[in-house]
Design a protein around this ligand. Structure first.
Ligand code: C2E
Ligand code: CA
Ligand code: CA
Ligand code: CA
Length: 279
């Protein structure tokens, strides 16, 4: 049985490393997975860089396949984006995350926020605002406690449409975060044009801190820009105390990374909140 297990593992890992567009078997498995309820949500703490208090959580989708194990989002999100399944998965994630935040708050006994990734296709979908309204109405979560993460690419596909949608989101008081900030092809002009509240510095600029002078300069520039434009900054992918200290000394207010909390199942997140509340 051990032998079989090993062979299987090799076969599957070979398939999982192929290009997503050729992953027809994985695509078929996704439809099955939706029916079987194999998709779930993990939550990663976003903490205050100074106090390390949990301020909110980013929602990260997981696919727990019965034989493949955990299929990472980099494998299945691109497929869902291509075949449109992202609209269904994204709507479910948004609603479930809003409901989950209410439960987190009951445990924490203080307001928190929930951050949800919105894919380009989801953002451009006609029904997106209805999906947003449905999630807020169903959960009773005020817009103030919702952050929607989009990338620069999402804004650039159709800036006029993006402006309309972002304005509608702002009317609902939901905040917009630019995910992977600095990695997309776009101009800074959109920071002026669109109602944006948060910049998330991509892990690529954090990874080699504090050693890399160039990354240090880029982070300083983003922090300075954010300060003058009155935006919040979240540094992503913080893994070491040195990185945290470096960022905190330079005025970075929020941190997200393995150092202060990996993505975790909801019940684990609740235990973390409980611990801090009663510490
Ligand atoms: P992202 O939005 O940039 O999410 C951050 C990724 O960095 C997550 O990977 C997270 O687990 C990982 N991460 C966090 N802290 C650290 C760290 O300290 N070190 C390292 N090495 N990694 C860290 P994950 O969960 O595999 O998600 C990958 C991407 O898949 C996400 O990147 C996002 O683009 C997409 N994704 C995940 N969930 C959803 C979803 O519900 N909807 C949509 N549209 N996209 C999603
Ligand atoms: Ca994100
Ligand atoms: Ca990111
Ligand atoms: Ca990323």
């Amino acid at each position: 049985a051990k032998e079989t297990g090993k062979a299987r593992c090799v076969v599957y890992s070979a398939r999982l490393s192929g290009p997503p567009e050729h992953d027809i078997s994985l695509e078929a498995a996704m439809f099955q997975a939706v029916r079987e309820g194999e998709f779930m949500l993990y939550y990663q703490p976003i903490v205050d860089a100074r106090t390390r208090e949990i301020e909110g959580f980013e929602t990260l989708m997981r696919w727990k396949h019965p034989t493949l194990g955990m299929v990472p989002p980099v494998r299945f999100i691109p497929i869902a984006e291509t075949n449109g399944l992202i609209n269904l998965l994204g709507a479910w994630a948004l609603k479930a995350a809003c409901v989950q935040l209410k439960q987190f708050e009951e445990v924490a006994k203080r307001p928190l926020y929930i951050s949800v990734n919105i894919s380009p296709r989801q953002f451009r979908n006609d029904k997106f605002l209805d999906v947003l309204d449905d999630a807020m109405a169903f959960s009773g979560l005020p817009g103030e406690q919702l952050v929607l993460e989009i990338t620069e690419g999402t804004l650039m596909i159709d800036p006029a449409h993006a402006e309309t949608i972002l304005t509608r989101m702002a009317e609902r008081k939901a905040r917009i975060a630019i995910d992977d900030f600095g990695t997309g092809y776009s101009s800074l002009a959109y920071l002026k044009r669109f109602p944006i509240s948060v910049l998330k510095i991509d892990r690529a600029f954090i990874r080699d801190l504090p050693g890399s002078q160039k990354d240090g300069a880029i982070c300083n520039a983003v922090l300075d820009l954010a300060k003058h434009l009155d935006l919040s900054v979240v540094a992503e992918g913080v893994e070491t105390e040195e990185q945290l200290a470096h960022l905190q000394e330079r005025g970075c207010q929020y941190i997200q990374g393995y150092l202060t909390g990996k993505p975790m199942a909801a019940h684990v997140a609740m235990a973390a909140l409980r611990e801090r509340t009663y510490a």
